[in-house]
Design a protein around this ligand. Structure first.
Ligand SMILES: [Fe+2]
Ligand SMILES: [Fe+2]
Length: 188
């Protein structure tokens, strides 16, 4: 079980760092007069908050105690601030992070959960992993538009409050990741 506790803490740290980093990337996109990219960074940053919440709840259930993330959470703001480049490179940085989480970090954490027979951590890691895949896809879509110098249309973004899935333009009847209904999507 200790490995699951460690994995949950690592995931909370990773998500918290990503959340902070995307906020800085959003500010940079605003500076570069790319408001739609700033909007996407902020929506996905808010989605990471949902992962933090879900992982924290799982940690609390598994350890049967109240969790104060500040006991172990570290956000190296200086290091993250140094990662802020122009928006094209910031999108590349974000894509790399999301792919790392999908293909390495969560993949490993899910395997550990299966080995330990821990359904609680397996669920929160699986939902987050699927959402990160969508995040990578969306960042990539915007990167392609930016690279092609195509205009990025103003769209509404919808964030599933259960799993952190992000949808463009409209909220689906049912979330394709967590299967909760449309009413759990917030317009962002
Ligand atoms: Fe993400
Ligand atoms: Fe969802």
């Amino acid at each position: 079980m200790s490995i699951i506790v460690e994995n949950l803490k690592q995931a909370i740290i990773g998500e918290s760092n990503a959340k902070y980093k995307y906020e800085q990337f959003a500010n940079k996109a605003d500076e570069e007069n790319l408001p739609e990219i700033a909007h996407l960074f902020r929506a996905i940053s808010s989605a990471e908050t949902i992962h933090i919440k879900n992982h924290t709840k799982a940690l609390s259930v598994i350890t049967t105690s109240e969790v104060n993330v500040n006991d172990f959470l570290t956000i190296n703001k200086e290091k993250l601030n140094n990662q802020v480049k122009d928006t094209k490179n910031n999108l590349l940085n974000a894509i790399e992070g999301e792919i790392y989480e999908t293909k390495k970090m969560y993949k490993k954490f899910i395997k550990n959960s299966e080995k330990e027979g821990n359904n609680v951590s397996e669920l929160t890691f699986t939902l987050a992993r699927k959402a990160e895949k969508i995040h990578a896809y969306l960042f990539n879509k915007y990167l392609k538009l930016l690279t092609a110098e195509k205009p990025i249309q103003k769209v509404k973004l919808y964030v599933c409050q259960i799993c952190g899935n992000v949808e463009l333009e409209g909220a689906p009847q049912k979330c394709p990741i967590c299967e909760h209904s449309q009413k759990f999507f917030n317009e962002f």
